[in-house]
Design a protein around this ligand. Sequence first.
Ligand code: F3S
Length: 402
Amino acid sequence: MRLTDEEKRMLNGQEGEAKKLAMEILTQVGDSMDADSFVEIASVQAMAHFGSLHIAGRDWLEKLACLGGKCCVPTTQDPASIPFSHWKEMGYDEEYAKNQYRLAEAIMKLGEMPKWSCTPYYQGSVPRLGQNIAWAESSAVSFANSVLGARTNRTPAGIAICAALTGRMPRYGLYLTENRRAQIKITVEAGELTPLDYNTIGIITGKLAGAKIPAIYGLPQSATNDDLKYLGASAASSGSVALYHADGITPEAILTDVFAGKAPEEEMVITRKDIDDAAEKMTSTGAGEPKLAVVGCPHYSSEEVIRLARMIEGKKVADGKAFWVFTTAETESLMERMGLKAVLEEAGVRIMAQTCLVISPLVGGYENLITDSGKFASYLPSEHSIRIRYASAEECVKAVTR
Ligand code: F3S
């Protein structure tokens, strides 16, 4: 790889041991990916949750912190593996929580911003069209690439921190314009779409596309950022879609010919029937009456939590049942200022800020859950050996309240 003088200084150890180690790893990644040089990156979405990093990941971050590593670009991270404010009361294992706290301490030493969310784009980390970034977490990667038009690969957790310490990533994959071209064409012909439909379209798209880049036609201009968030998260969970283009909606589809003058490799149509059939299949076989509703995967936006509060006001979560909403600390604080946190709590809804059920233990012995998220529905049954009912947010409220 061609290195600039600054990159050579980092690699030679002139800028400290942590940068040296990070640069050694990044050059090896670059060599293995046939990268000719590095790109400068504007931000990093890292990972520091014990549920995926385990002891080895914890030790890695602690080592870099001990070596004096400091992030040189704004760095956020995925949700934590415990709800910091009430893990004890909810019965999380103490040893497990201690490990999560050690990771929290390490990222503070490294200079990360403790946002603990998979929606950094709702928390002020908003890369521009064409800007290079190094984000981990498949749904955030999809949103950044597709909706914002920024450029990132699905950065592995151990590499993301190296990018944060050096401000560099090897130039390969989706950093290159020629690799962002759409390969398959998917047309949605399904009439009006609900938020659940966007999740389901994502699930179908992921299965059709695998790791290819789809261009999706037929989505309405009224698609919200939350709708596109769900589409991308679901497509990244049923396939490994890191970038999709949506005709007339996403920036690269507006500004360029996403097929770059070539014909699509394949063309498919998603009909209303396809969506309804796929949605039905998302519910686990033998799913019983749900005792727990879980929403907020990816993290619920402020608008979604406000909508939930209005939906649930005056109702009460039934005895023996629970409702958890996963969201950011910023949204929780906004809800408090709007007087809506009290509405949610009065109804019996638990705000699970800065955490996520896929990457943390499921406490409470629940066996049947209901969710409005395609990604939760894809992962939770195997992560926690439970059965899922897949339905709208309104159905989630109905299922566990009286
Ligand atoms: Fe976020 Fe966890 Fe879902 S990280 S996208 S809430 S699986």
